[in-house]
Each structure stands twice: as C-alpha cells, then as structure tokens.
Design a protein around this ligand. Sequence first.
Ligand code: ATP
Length: 207
Amino acid sequence: MIGILGGTFDPIHYGHLRSALEVKEFFGLTEIRLIPSAQPPHRKEPATSPRMRLQMLELAIENQSGFVADDREIKRTGPSYMVDTLSSLRDEFKDIPLLLFIGTDTFNQLKTWHQWPLLFSFAHIVVMTRPGFNPEQLEDCFIERHTDKLTELAHNNAGKLYFYQVSQLDISATAIREIIAKQQNPGFLLPDTVIAYIRQEQLYLRQ
Ligand code: ATP
C-alpha cells in the first residue's frame, strides 16, 4: 500500500513527520508520499513559494527510507485539487491500494472539496484522529464506506474510510511562522535542516 499526505507544508514540521512515520509503520506502507499543494483551493495563499515549500520538505525527509517528496501538484497549473492528484497517482500505480491520509479538521470539510465523492474511486481515505473522536456520529454518505478492518484496505484498491489515532503533537505551521516573526527560536518544532533553510532564505520574518 502507498500512503499520501497532502498539505501546505508552510513549513513542514514534526506534527506532519511524526504522523507520517506512525502511519507508515502501522499500515506497513511501501512508501508515504508527501505532496505540497501549489495553490491550495481552501485557504489563503501560502507565505512561501511552492518550490521553497518543496525544498523544505526534501530537507526534512532526507535519508528517511520510504518517504517521498512528490512534486506533481507543483508541476500542474491551476488550483491543486486532490481529485486530480489521486487520478494521476492511480494512473502511475495501477493495481495497488492508495491510502489518502487527512486530519480530522480536513475530514470535517471534505464535502467542500472539488468532486469529493470521486476521491473514493481512486483511494481509501484514512482520517488521522485525536483521542475522543467518535466515528459513530458519521454522516450517512460515509457510513457505508466506513470499515475498522485493516484487511479491507489491503484487499481493495480504493473506496473505504478508516479512522486511525495518531499522536497529536501540538504543533502547527501557523504557530511556527508566528514564532519566527517574533524573532523567537522555533527549535524542536521542526528539523534543524529546515530551520537553517528558513534562516538562509529569511522566510516568515513578517506575519
Ligand atoms: P497551518 O498552520 O498553516 O494551517 P498545518 O500545520 O495545519 O498548517 P498543513 O500543511 O495544513 O499544516 O497540514 C497538512 C496535513 O497535516 C493536514 O491533513 C493536517 O491535518 C495534518 N497536520 C497538521 N499539523 C498536524 C499535527 N500537529 N499533528 C498531526 N497532523 C497534523
């Protein structure tokens, strides 16, 4: 199985990286592909360019076996719709289960995503939950896709919805940008190689 974690990654931090590692190990993924969004459709424009966000991601996962920095959204023009990304991954990886990992907040907005029902034709969706999340309250449109059996993910290439609890490190890219803008040290929230890049390129100095 191949995992996919999309995001703005402005910048990438240990919250993203720890979740990626935990799901890679738990689901036995052959690889986890981290895909920076060039033009996120659902939020204001990122503070840094797509190319810089990709470079920070590459630095963060250097030497991490099975972690892949995937630049397909950056190479496309127009809004970065996940449905287009999954469709292109499905073309590339013909017959292998794809697992799209999203946070609980993202899951709560899933129905606002472009052509959202089509996502399930290309991949399973795994929601990375926080303690206390209750899948019992699922909307009808998700109930039929929901499974708590791992084997169903492995035996189908797409179409299922699964919930998995990951460690929730209380780190956000927004908080990191604020720390840097206040001239404070963001150490231990993200890899040192990424901090060095941010300093070299003088990123996030203004909010
Ligand atoms: P921002 O603060 O700029 O909104 P962010 O830190 O939330 O950014 P994103 O790039 O928007 O990061 O997140 C990409 C994905 O990673 C999303 O699915 C999000 O739910 C998840 N994620 C973000 N922060 C964490 C964290 N601390 N722990 C686990 N998952 C996270």
